[in-house]
Design a binder for this molecule. Structure first.
Ligand code: C5P
Length: 302
């Protein structure tokens, strides 16, 4: 998350993420699933602009960047408007808990595709919390913001932390990881998005759970080739049943020369791990020529 502050405005550039490993350990009594996931932020950013106001309400404007790719409001990839948007809910939650009467103007520029498993909404919520904390001069410590973040969504606390992490519990317990090195990916968000609850609803928890430890060890050794072979997502079979795009993308990536490939989070975005930036750009160009949706060449960022 990159934060710029001036006297009148706080501007936050907040990243998308990829899940390089995703195990579903058990279904919990509260309806959530116990998971273990390795998450890596990537340099595809939404931007949140926050201005404090005295009118007592939160005005919201959302701008879709060119090529955002969603036109149908009924599709899971549509961006919720007004007070339904998670960035607005984040600001309203902080305002309520801080007992503030102030208002705000919030502007969101969307570049991260939605319903993709790329964490766009969660990232926006984390950015909105951070921006409002600064813009309203609240100075809440990060642990308290993290508690609010977990109320907003399982992935939101990850975006308040810095860099790659192993996330456990329902996703809100963060263990930062060092020494992942710089990673390069080609990412596709196909024309069809997937809704997270639907994918979890179709997923059977592991009988023999896999561990992220071998993948982390491979990254720590700098053995990206081995890491590519250890990418894993337990939600992928469920997503494959819900969208034919997942099997199609898996086939396409299998035939490409990337080091490994997999679905991010609950999908529908699919990615390939590449050897270097040029390899990622070349693969992205090839994927673009196949007309499989929005394509990005990205790298990991902290
Ligand atoms: O926490 P969040 O609002 O992102 O979760 C959306 C939905 O995804 C939940 O309502 C639940 O159906 C599912 N989920 C889950 N287990 C998790 C995270 C999310 O079942 N660990």
């Amino acid at each position: 998350m990159l934060i710029h502050r001036s006297a009148v405005e706080v501007v936050v550039h907040t990243p998308a993420k990829l899940n390089l490993f995703f195990e579903v350990l058990a279904k919990r009594d509260d309806g959530y699933h116990e998971i273990e996931t390795l998450i890596c932020p990537i340099n595809l950013f939404d931007t949140v602009c926050f201005r404090a106001a005295s009118n007592g309400r939160v005005d919201f404007q959302c701008v879709l960047s060119r090529g955002f790719g969603v036109s149908d409001n009924a599709e899971p990839g549509a961006i919720p408007e007004g007070c339904d948007n998670i960035a607005v809910r984040a600001v309203e939650l902080l305002r309520r808990r801080a007992g503030l009467r102030a208002g705000a103007r919030l502007r969101l520029v969307k570049r991260i595709p939605a319903a993709a498993g790329l964490g766009g909404g969660s990232s926006d919520a984390a950015a909105a919390l951070s921006a409002a904390n600064i813009g309203w001069k609240l100075d809440w410590p990060s642990e308290e913001l993290a508690r609010l973040a977990a109320e907003l969504g399982s992935d939101v606390p990850f975006f308040l932390a810095k860099g790659a992490a192993i996330c456990r519990g329902r996703g809100e317990r963060i263990q930062p990881l060092q020494s992942m090195g710089e990673l390069h990916f080609a990412v596709v968000r196909p024309p069809e998005g997937l809704a997270t609850p639907a994918v979890y609803g179709q997923c059977l928890p592991a009988e023999n759970a896999k561990s992220a430890a071998p993948l982390i060890a491979a990254f720590e050794r700098g053995d990206v080739g081995k890491a590519g072979r250890l990418l894993f997502n337990r939600l992928e079979p469920a997503a494959t049943r819900l969208s034919s795009w997942i099997a199609r993308l898996r086939r396409i990536f299998r035939q490409s020369d990337c080091l490994g490939h997999g679905m991010s989070g609950s999908g529908s975005a699919y990615f390939g791990l590449c050897r270097h930036a040029l390899h990622a750009r070349r693969l992205a160009r090839r994927l673009e020529s196949l007309g499989v949706g929005c394509v990005f060449a990205v790298r990991s960022c902290s």
